[in-house]
Design a protein around this ligand. Structure first.
Ligand code: SF4
Length: 369
């Protein structure tokens, strides 16, 4: 009698690399050296529809219907110069002292995408060809932070710059190179004071980053959620298992890393789902020496504007965005946000932070929101 071979473990799906179908390059962007690097990467990725525009206006992305516009925009990479608003940095609580944009827009299809309420127009990805100027502008902000620099628990991070407010910089890295350039700049430039570049991602292709001279000044965080949430709502991103592997690979290579547990949602048997998720992370990190790990916890929220846009983009979504089931929170300028009611929030917070303390005691929880 022969012993049957054990079943092979299910293969982890491959890392996704986004390749735009169309690349548009504005006239002004064509003058910048980083644009040449973007075009080199696009060519290497097999993009053959590259249009060098004679002006700075981007047209032709809108289709006959919302559906067509969405599909065309999500398949388009526009190489542009940054607007003045991207070079005058704003504070970005609770993440970082300053928000720095390497690009605006993202090719993935998350049904709760936080860009929906922030960026207007067709959802194409605009990457900034004048990256050198953007990075050169950081010096002026060093030592002036109001979020982490003035928080005793986080002051050791130095002046912090968050690069993933308006894009997923790793998701577009293989055709832009912007994240590598930013890591290299922050790691090697003399800023005259401590600094940290921060980025969060739902992607996993970190191979091209590992050998960069980061000098401990970049913290890459991986956005994680249970399969029951990620599998349903995060189209076009990398699977959770891949993200956890990428997190462990970065940590083993000596990088500061983090978990962005987001968006936290009470879906199905959520207690077990979050416990299992954090258990998987703990297992992946158990052989890492000198682990420098943080955790940021963000519950699901939406605004009237993001709900309207997301329901246009994903008309069949099963994501709960019912203001009746939420508590309304008003921002500094009266902006409305719908968050979970206090009792739900308390339950979520207690469970996730207890599990973090139990399973990942090395993780410093930076904030809960
Ligand atoms: S990966 Fe992030 S930025 Fe991109 S669609 Fe998803 S939520 Fe939006």
């Amino acid at each position: 009698m022969t012993t049957p071979l054990p079943a092979a473990p299910p293969a982890t799906p491959r890392t996704r690399l986004w390749t735009p179908a169309h690349v548009l390059v504005t006239r002004s962007a064509q003058e910048h050296p980083h644009t040449a690097e973007i075009l080199r990467r696009c060519e290497a990725a097999g993009v053959d529809d590259v249009e060098l525009l004679r002006g700075d206006r981007i047209t032709g992305v809108r289709g006959e219907t919302e559906r067509e516009t969405y599909a065309r925009a999500k398949a388009t990479l526009a190489v542009v110069t940054s607007p003045a608003s991207a070079r005058k940095l704003d504070p970005i609580p609770p993440s970082a002292d300053w928000r720095v944009d390497l690009a605006r827009g993202c090719p993935a299809h998350c049904q709760y995408c936080y860009l929906a309420g922030s960026l207007s127009g067709p959802p194409m990805t605009r990457v900034f060809g004048d990256l050198e100027e953007i990075l050169a502008g950081l010096d002026a902000y060093v030592g002036h932070g109001t979020i982490t620099s003035t928080n005793a628990a986080r002051a050791d991070e130095g002046t912090t710059f968050e690069a993933s407010c308006y894009t997923d910089p790793l998701g577009i890295e293989h055709v832009t190179g912007s994240l590598s350039a930013a890591i290299r700049h922050v790691g090697t430039h003399d800023f005259g004071g401590p600094v940290q570049l921060r980025a969060t991602t739902k992607f996993a292709d970190v191979a091209g980053l590992l050998d960069l001279p980061h000098h401990g000044r970049t913290r890459l965080r991986f956005s994680l959620g249970p399969e029951s949430v990620v599998g349903r709502f995060e189209g076009g991103t990398d699977p959770v298992g891949r993200r956890i592997e990428a997190l462990a690979t970065m940590a083993r290579a000596g990088w500061p890393v983090g978990l962005t547990i987001a968006p936290i949602m009470p879906v199905g048997d959520w207690r077990t789902a979050y416990s299992d998720l954090l258990g998987r992370v703990a297992t992946a990190l158990e052989d890492v020496h000198d682990l420098d790990l943080t955790a940021e916890c963000i519950t699901h929220r939406f605004t009237p504007g993001s709900k309207e846009t997301l329901e246009t983009w994903y008309p069949r979504t099963r994501l709960e965005m019912d203001p009746e089931q939420r508590r309304t929170k008003r921002g500094k300028f009266g902006a409305v946000k719908h968050v979970y009611p206090d009792d739900v929030m308390d339950d979520l917070r207690r469970h996730v932070t207890d599990e973090l303390a139990e399973r990942l005691p090395a993780a410093r929880v930076l904030y809960w929101t």
